[in-house]
Each structure stands twice: as structure tokens, then as C-alpha cells.
Design a protein around this ligand. Structure first.
Ligand code: FWK
Length: 484
């Protein structure tokens, strides 16, 4: 099918839906009949509707807390979510396992069965497709806050059908953000088209009067991603979703580490997402932002990990992001215990409450950083529309093919991987090697100057070593990877 950024015709959607529901046995559950699903979704109380709770938080200038969490067994997963709700989570996830993310439902089934027999988690998340709608409804009915599916799935069509029919009113991901950082060999035109389907399903529910939130995955590879790149991907995915009828969108940003740059990035992300949605005719959009606590390497020491979680929460609160995705003191080891996950929620909530009525004073420095990000994003967006001859979906595929868009440290063969970031003397993420990134010369010169100043202050030449040192520095307790 020829990719284009156009709302999928309902007739074509229903036809494709038949195939999607046949891709695993739980797809034929009666509860997936759309009338059934609409009826159930209309019965979800507003305090468990993700879009409703987000809109309210935005109105009151609140930053709400959400962890990641998912274990294979239904009973254990419910216990985990109830514990995290008690720890103060305003939203709950269900983090989906890696087999499900690759549509490998046979292995997910085996892992789930073995987990039940051995009463041990043998999957790294909750296999929602294998559980099916009935069990996913049980998860929702066991908690008192909204639930979102969090995963990393290039083809999330069946997963999205099942979680929404189960009353989970938010879904994370997108055709770029759940492909390039997660998969090696999925063509972008495939993942973008799959996510147009997921967004069209949300558009269908919106047409029935049901609000559903969509959250593109902001951090991408979570390693020194320049704000202009993640913001551009967010704006593209917001535009693609809006074309399919999505109305409630949370655009995301992964903490970079420098306070001013992070606050600038979140605020510019919000304003430019709104600006581009307005510009392309999507007027009645409800936009919010989500800040992800540090996504790079974590210190092993639990006190240092908690300090990093608290610092991340401070930045999130000062950026006035609508939502904050938390980490735990077990981050450096892997999936946290329930208790450790709860500690991350509690500490984050405490900091956010302490900063509720405080804000960063506007300054020339903050304004300059916001203006820089705005100009960088405009350069990239202009290039995408140009190379796509006006079509955003086509432009995105071609921009990645030509390296005009390029995400650092991504595994995908469809990503050029020629761009290298490094921090400047304040620890702000700059671009050391631009590859073919579509950026104006004056901006390139600015980045060079900033990195040169840092290299000079460290008495060393500009080289890829700066990038390498910065990849590891935070886990070693410093923002900038200075020579010893
Ligand atoms: C995007 C990567 C993040 O997701 C986290 N993560 C992945 N799977 C789970 C999981 N099953 N429970 C809690 N956190 C999880 C992981 O610790 C990392 O912080």
C-alpha cells in the first residue's frame, strides 16, 4: 500500500481490522466487537480516563507521576499496580514484554505458562495480547487510576485493539519512536503505516465520543539525544496521529541533564507541537507533555540512583511537564522489585509537590536556548516536508533514508547513524558530528563553538572521545565526561 499522510477510510480500516484480529486467538474474543468495546469504554469512569485526568492536571498546572511496571502473571501484575497506586502513582502503566513487542505471541504464551507454573517472572513485562481483553479488563477494574500500555512495538495493531477494548485509555508509541530506537530491520513505511492504524482506531473511538490519549515515545534511544531531534520526532508523530483523528496527545522528552536546556526543551516542545498542529489545520487538539527521568546509564549505588531520580524530578517539576515517568533505584540492574519501583514513585512525588508553586525565572539564557531549539526544529521540519514533496509520512521515510533526520545510537538499519552528540561546558547536549542532518550552517557553527570551548577548557582536541566519555559520565556520577 502506498504510504501517505491521509486519514484511513473507515471501510478500509474495518477490512484491515478483520485481518488484525485474526493474528492471534485472543483477537476473536467477543469483547473486541466494536459495539461491545464502545459500550465498555463509555462505562469507564472519568477518574480512570487518561485524557480526562491529563486535561485536569494541565489546567491546574500539576505534574502527575507514572512509573513503568509489568510482570507476566495476572495476579502478580494486579498486585504490583495496586502497590504502585498506593505508593502515589497518579497513572499506572502496563509495560508489555519483549516477545509481544515483536508479535511473537507463541513465545509469550510459553513464557507466561512457565511463569505461572514456576510462579516466577520469565517474561520482562505483561503479555497483554495473550491475556486477552477479559484479563486486561480485570487489571483496570482492580485499580482506581487510568492505565496506559507502554511497550516498544513497531506493529502494535492487535495490542492496541485489545488494550483499548479493555478500557486502557492511553497507548504509548509511534511509527518512528517505536521503530528506530527498538528494531533493527523494520522499514519505516511499515511501522508508520501500522501506527496510522493504531491512531485511526483512536480516531474511531473519538468519533464515538470516547477520549483516548496517545503518547509518542519521547526519549528515543535515551542516550544524548539532542532536543531538536526528539522534539522533531514528537511533532511528526503528533501530526500523523492528528490526521487519523487523535485529539489528545502527550508529547515526550527524555532528560538531557542540563537544567536550562531541559526546561527549554520541554517548553519549546509544547509550543511548537501546538504551532505545527494549528498550522496544518488540527485546531481542537488537547496537548500535554511528559518528562522521562534520566534514560541513560544509572549509578549502581542506590543512594546515588535515588539522588538522580530526585534531580530528574526537580527538572521535570520546574519544566512544568504535565506528566513525569519515574525510574527506580534498581535501574542499573534491570527490572525493579515492586518495593524499589514504589520508592522511585514516592521520592518523585515528594519533589514534585515541593516545587508545585515554584518556577524557573525567565532569563536571556533560557530564552536563547528555547529560540535555538525552535530554529533547529524548523530546519528539520522544513527538510522533511520538502523531501516528501508536501507529504509528511513520505517525507519522514525519505528524510531518514537520506540522513536528514538521524537519531544517535539507534539500532535500526533505516537510520543513518552518522550523527554524534557531545556535551558543551555547561553539560548541554550539542552536536559534534552532523552527518547529513538538515541543519543551517550558522547553527552548525554555534554547536562547534560550544563544543570547542569545552574541549579547550579540558586541554584536548575535539574528537569522538568526548561523545564516548559523555555516554558513561552520569553512571559514574558526573554530567560531563571530563578527562580524569
Ligand atoms: C524504556 C526503558 C525503561 O523501562 C524500564 N522497564 C522495562 N520493563 C520494565 C518492567 N517490566 N517493569 C518496570 N520497568 C521496566 C527499564 O527499567 C528502563 O528504565
Amino acid at each position: 500500500m502506498k504510504l501517505k499522510n491521509k486519514k484511513i477510510d473507515l471501510k478500509d480500516f474495518f477490512k484491515e481490522r478483520e485481518e488484525v484480529l485474526q493474528s492471534w486467538k485472543t483477537g476473536s474474543d467477543f469483547e473486541l466487537d466494536l459495539e461491545e468495546a464502545v459500550k465498555y469504554l463509555k462505562g469507564v469512569p472519568s477518574y480512570k480516563n487518561f485524557a480526562f485526568v491529563l486535561n485536569k492536571a494541565k489546567e491546574h498546572g500539576e505534574t502527575l507521576i507514572q512509573p513503568r511496571a509489568g510482570v507476566p502473571e495476572l495476579g502478580e501484575h494486579i498486585k504490583l499496580l495496586q502497590y504502585l497506586e498506593k505508593s502515589g502513582a497518579d497513572f499506572l502503566p502496563s509495560t508489555i514484554d519483549s516477545y509481544t513487542r515483536q508479535n511473537r505471541y507463541i513465545e509469550a504464551e510459553k513464557g507466561l505458562d512457565e511463569s505461572v507454573v514456576k510462579h516466577r517472572a520469565l517474561l520482562n513485562g505483561f503479555p497483554a495480547v495473550n491475556h486477552g481483553v477479559k484479563s486486561c479488563k480485570q487489571v483496570l477494574e482492580s485499580v482506581n487510576v487510568p492505565i496506559e500500555a507502554r511497550h516498544g512495538t513497531p506493529d502494535a495493531r492487535l495490542l492496541s485493539e485489545i488494550i483499548h477494548a479493555s478500557g486502557w485509555t492511553s497507548n504509548e508509541g509511534g511509527g518512528i519512536s517505536y521503530n528506530i530506537p527498538y528494531a533493527k530491520s523494520i522499514p519505516l513505511e511499515v511501522s508508520i503505516r501500522n501506527w496510522q492504524y493504531c491512531d485511526r482506531l483512536v480516531g474511531y473511538y473519538e468519533e464515538q465520543g470516547i477520549k483516548i490519549n496517545r503518547e509518542p515515545f519521547g526519549p528515543l534511544t535515551g542516550t544524548l539525544v539532542p532536543p531538536c531531534i526528539s522534539n522533531t520526532v514528537m511533532i511528526i508523530e503528533a501530526l500523523l496521529a492528528a490526521e487519523q483523528g487523535v485529539k489528545n496527545i502527550t508529547v515526550g522528552y527524555g532528560m538531557g541533564g542540563n537544567l536550562i536546556q531541559d526546561v527549554a526543551a520541554v517548553n519549546t516542545l509544547y509550543y511548537q507541537t501546538k504551532e505545527y498542529l494549528d498550522k496544518y489545520g488540527y485546531k481542537d487538539m488537547e496537548i500535554s507533555t511528559v518528562f522521562h527521568q534520566w534514560m541513560g546509564g544509572f549509578p549502581a549505588d542506590e543512594a546515588e540512583a535515588m539522588a538522580l531520580i530526585s534531580y530528574s524530578s526537580t527538572v521535570a517539576a520546574l519544566s512544568k511537564a504535565t506528566k513525569l515517568i519515574t525510574k527506580s533505584p534498581h535501574e542499573s540492574m534491570g527490572i525493579p522489585t515492586m518495593e524499589a519501583n514504589g520508592l522511585g514513585v514516592k521520592a518523585s512525588k515528594f519533589i514534585v509537590k515541593m516545587l508545585k508553586d515554584q518556577k524557573i525565572t525567565r532569563s536571556a539564557d533560557l530564552d536563547d536556548e528555547m529560540e535555538l531549539i525552535r530554529r533547529e526544529v524548523d530546519c528539520l521540519m522544513d527538510a522533511v516536508y520538502k523531501v516528501g514533496e508536501g507529504d509528511l509520512a513520505v517525507g519522514t521515510v525519505r528524510a531518514f533514508e537520506q540522513g536528514l533526520l538521524d537519531i544517535p545510537f539507534a539500532p535500526s538499519q533505516y537510520n543513518a547513524g552518522k550523527i554524534f552528540p557531545a556535551r558543551d561546558n555547561d553539560g548541554r547536549i550539542r552536536i559534534l558530528e552532523f552527518g547529513s542532518l538538515a541543519m543551517s550552517q550558522d547553527i552548525k557553527d554555534f554547536h562547534y563553538e560550544k563544543i570547542k570551548a569545552r574541549a579547550d577548557s579540558e586541554n584536548r582536541k575535539i574528537s569522538f572521545q568526548l561523545t564516548v566519555d559523555d555516554v558513561y559520565s552520569v553512571s559514574k556520577g558526573a554530567l560531563i565526561g571530563r578527562p580524569l
